[in-house]
Design a protein around this ligand. Sequence first.
Ligand code: HEC
Length: 117
Amino acid sequence: MIRKAGWLLISLAVMSVHARAGERTPPPWEKPLRVGRYLYLENCSICHEINKPKRNKFGPNLFGLFQSEKMPLSRTKPTDELVAAKIKNGGFIMPAFRDYLTDDQIGKVIAYMRSKH
Ligand code: HEC
């Protein structure tokens, strides 16, 4: 009986360590860049190339967007705020994503876009 209680305590302790570790480090599939990549693939890649320069899809090429002085079409300096607004509101042709992506998800898409250069 005492032995059993001992094991129970140990396994409870192990479980709570796991639970706490889970809070500190998100599991690999939730790493922001991976989530951002996934969201980008789902929502943007059909219209925007991001993996190489000089290849246009339906929309302007976004490779190295944040490293460039100006955005390909609007010719303004790319900032997180501008790009987030673009994603939320869409454009003349580009669809608006405000009903599909949360601010948090948009942040992750932008982090992914920043990593592509
Ligand atoms: C249906 C095709 C389509 C989809 C999907 C799409 N876009 Fe666009 N996007 C466009 C087009 C076309 C333009 C340029 C004309 C306009 O603004 O409507 C554009 C413009 C942009 C611009 C501004 C470029 C510049 O030089 O001003 C950014 C940034 C951008 N898109 C990011 C994204 C991101 C990020 C996503 C995914 C969340 C996305 N787009 C999804 C078609 C699309």
